[in-house]
Design a protein around this ligand. Structure first.
Ligand code: 5AD
Ligand code: SF4
Length: 466
């Protein structure tokens, strides 16, 4: 990234200050306020943090209130259902703000930005700039052109260099933090737009990732979640190891207390990973998110998932044999083209057989560029709705039994902070990745303490300090 040699020294607006970790050497923002909305996955949440880091570095300040913003950014997601429509209607809601503050600039980033590029500029005069998943670090320069030269800018180039070198940029790391280990995806599941919006899969260097975690630990982080579209196909570009080696290195060489990862792909979920989960249970916990997408081998083949129903179930069995207490969650797509009642019945039976604690079910949504878009046997919305409801009903029937077993158990819980819904109580997650809320003093934040489950509900537990 190139910077002009601008001077230092904008004064933050009254009542605001820059985050502790951020120096402010470039004065592109002049203390103006930026508001960001984020859609989609944890990768997008993490990208938003990267944007804000870059912007604070250049003397913008974050606001939570769009009506006082000088820059509004929508970090978009295009994985499902009418994403362009969604961002365009959000932009429409900002029309009165633009009338009030002619200086206000509005931009779209993330996967819709990547997918649509400059076409978006033609769709709305309210939109001033578009950037993609690989141009986040250029955001300050884009804003300089937009604000100071009054240009409309679309920058969605992809960096196709052999190596993937970025730094983990987090302003004020909390107890729990993210580290991106790979970008992009080479799997080309036939329903999925990600390989087109995030490009070819590239891994960061193992040694740099270990260093990043060490630095985060020094800054007070207790838990890191490793992020990638398909984390278990991670491969360090210098040949120093795969995903298993990375997990081992981070567990052995850093003082991180908890290490999580998302998302793992069933086809790459092997015995080595199971062994690591067993050996490093204290740090890795008892939880795996393993998206199956469908319980029918015929549909899995058409989805290009690279495994059959039987192979998936066999892996789950091997995992459960070694880790009898493991909690599993999954993603399901209903109404994929060609999915018959019989195929869907197999999905329901797989959900029952595995006994997931959480099932995230989605209606199939045709996506541009993907292979399944051209499949002829599209399923009607009515049937998709019906199947989605059936999955939710099934999960509602199964979940209480899955959750009830936690009642009375004591878990070592990493205290993350005050609960989002009630600032007077604390929240954390059990080793099974269940949110647990409890009363306690704020100085417990960042510590791992034993908490007894006193009430078990589907989405969160209630506990008390032992
Ligand atoms: N339609 C519906 N769901 C999708 N997902 C990905 N692409 C689509 C699509 N075209 C779901 C998958 C994936 C999750 C992140 O989103 O279940 O695991
Ligand atoms: Fe999409 Fe499949 Fe890659 Fe996941 S593994 S990001 S579903 S193409």
């Amino acid at each position: 990234m190139k910077h002009s040699n601008n001077r230092v020294g904008a004064t933050p607006k009254p009542g605001r200050r820059y985050s502790d970790a951020v120096q402010s050497p470039y004065n592109i923002g002049r203390g103006d306020l930026v508001y960001v909305t984020t859609y989609g996955c944890q990768m997008n949440d993490h990208d938003t943090e990267r944007m804000l880091y870059q912007l604070e570095l250049n003397q913008f300040l974050q606001t939570q209130d769009p009506s006082e913003a000088d820059v509004i950014i929508i970090n978009s997601c295009s994985v499902r259902e009418k994403p362009v429509h969604k961002v365009m209607s959000e932009i429409g809601t900002y029309r009165p703000l633009k009338a009030k503050n002619p200086k206000l600039k509005i931009g779209i980033g993330g996967c819709v930005g990547q997918q649509e590029g400059k076409n978006l500029l033609a769709k709305s005069r309210l939109l001033d700039f578009v950037f993609g998943t690989d141009t986040i670090d250029s955001l300050p320069q884009i804003l300089q052109e937009v604000r100071d030269q009054n240009k409309r800018v679309a920058l969605t180039s992809m960096d196709h260099r052999g190596t993937y070198e970025i730094s983990t940029l987090i302003r004020n790391p909390k107890v729990s933090s993210f580290v991106t280990i790979t970008k992009g995806c080479d799997n080309f599941c036939s329903f999925c737009i990600v390989p087109f919006t995030r490009g070819r899969e590239k891994s960061r260097l193992l040694s740099e990732l270990v260093t990043d975690v060490k630095v985060l630990v020094e800054r007070g982080v207790k838990e890191v979640t490793l992020l990638g579209q398909n984390v278990n196909s991670y491969k360090s570009p210098d040949g120093s190891g795969g995903f298993g080696d990375l997990l081992r290195a981070i567990c052995d060489e850093t003082q991180i207390k908890r290490l999580r990862f998302t998302t793992s792909h069933p086809k790459d979920f092997d015995d080595d990973l199971i062994e690591i989960l067993v050996n490093y249970r204290e740090k890795l916990g008892d939880f795996v998110h393993l998206p199956v997408q469908s319980g029918s081998s015929q549909i899995l083949e058409r989805m290009n998932r690279g495994y059959t129903r039987e192979e998936y179930l066999e892996k789950v069995n091997r995992l459960k044999n070694k880790m009898p207490h493991v909690a599993l969650s999954t993603d399901i797509i209903v109404g994929f083209p060609g999915e018959t009642d019989e195929d869907f019945a197999q999905t329901l039976s797989l959900i029952e057989t595995v006994g997931y604690e959480n099932v995230y079910a989605f209606k199939y949504s045709p996506r541009p560029f993907t292979k399944a878009l051209k499949y002829s046997e599209q399923v009607s919305e009515v049937i998709k709705d019906k199947r989605l409801q059936e999955i939710n009903d099934l999960q509602e029937r199964l979940a209480p039994t899955a959750i009830e077993k936690y009642h009375g158990q004591i878990f070592p819980v990493l205290v993350e902070g005050p609960s989002r819904t009630n600032q007077n109580i604390l929240t954390g997650r059990t080793t099974h990745n269940k949110v647990i809320n409890f009363d306690g003093k704020m100085d417990l934040i960042g510590h791992i303490i034993p908490i007894k489950v006193i009430k078990a509900q589907q989405f969160s537990l209630r506990g008390e300090v032992v």
